[in-house]
Ligand binder design. Structure first.
Ligand code: GLP
Length: 259
């Protein structure tokens, strides 16, 4: 695991966008996309690279991490809508190549299996963007999620519903159930890229990176993965015990070693 500490959220976004852009430029690529507010600046940076630097997504396909159950697909806060509005509609990634679990499927259990199989059929995810919830969740894998879990229906904690209520008129509108890639699904992506900004994430980042591997902090599963880049700003790094070492490692990165 490499921990990259940047000074500002803008620098976090530039680093993350650079990593994703390298995959996109390297040829056909499968991108794992996350919602929440943290990756938005990264998407904006990728859109800018598409516009100003000829970064083409024509050979890419994408898979969303998760989706609310029961929220109409056209609802502005459905994750399908958010990814489209904030990212894919601004680049040459056609809707048909932008995948997400269908939270309105008649049989959500079958839909979870279908989605898992669709990711496999695409060859698996090359680079998976991740945010982190204040309780350490990734995707919508709440504390207690099996570290081997696959795509399935989950029940949100009250904390997550409260955290996400800012996107809705009131907390009552935040769905209780979601479909999410599991921790096992996420772990199969070849490169995991976790982003966090702001002091509100400092505790969760510390637990994920330096705490024990435990279902109590779902993001701690990243410690078992061979290729993880955690990109945080100074505020989100505020509680990392080895912050000085991570900075030292970055300052002394071997020439030619990318992320
Ligand atoms: C939601 C998403 C997660 C995201 C989290 C944090 O719960 N399902 O993928 O990481 O929010 O969001 P934010 O980046 O807005 O703090």
């Amino acid at each position: 695991m490499e921990v990259v500490i940047r000074r500002t959220p803008e620098e976090v976004a530039a680093t993350a966008a650079g990593i994703v852009a390298d995959y996109v430029r390297s040829g056909p690529s499968v991108l794992g996309l996350a919602t929440g507010s943290t990756p938005l600046a990264t998407y904006a940076d990728l859109i800018r690279r598409h516009r100003d630097e000829d970064l083409s997504f024509a050979q890419a396909v994408s898979f969303n991490l998760d989706e609310y159950v029961g929220l109409p697909a056209a609802h502005p806060e459905s994750y399908r809508s958010v990814i489209r509005r904030e990212f894919t509609s601004h680049v040459d990634l056609p809707d048909a190549d932008v995948h997400g679990p269908d939270g309105n499927a008649e049989d959500v259990f079958a839909e979870a299996k279908r989605y898992e199989a669709a990711i496999d059929a695409a060859g698996g995810v090359d680079v998976q963007l991740l945010g982190i919830g204040t309780d350490g969740h990734i995707g919508f894998n709440e504390p207690g999620s099996s570290l081997a879990s696959l795509t399935r229906i989950k029940t949100l904690t009250e904390q997550t519903r409260e955290d996400n209520a800012r996107f809705f008129e009131s907390i009552d509108e935040v769905p209780i159930h979601v479909l999410t890639q599991g921790l096992g699904t996420i772990s199969r992506a070849r490169h995991l890229l976790l982003l966090a900004t702001g002091a509100g994430k400092a505790e969760a980042v510390q637990a994920a990176v330096e705490g024990p591997v435990t279902a109590f902090c779902p993001a701690s599963v990243l410690q078992l993965h061979p290729h993880v880049t955690v990109v945080v700003d100074d505020a989100a790094a505020g509680r990392l015990r080895l912050a000085d070492y991570y900075r030292y490692v970055l300052a002394n990165k071997p020439t030619g070693q990318g992320f």
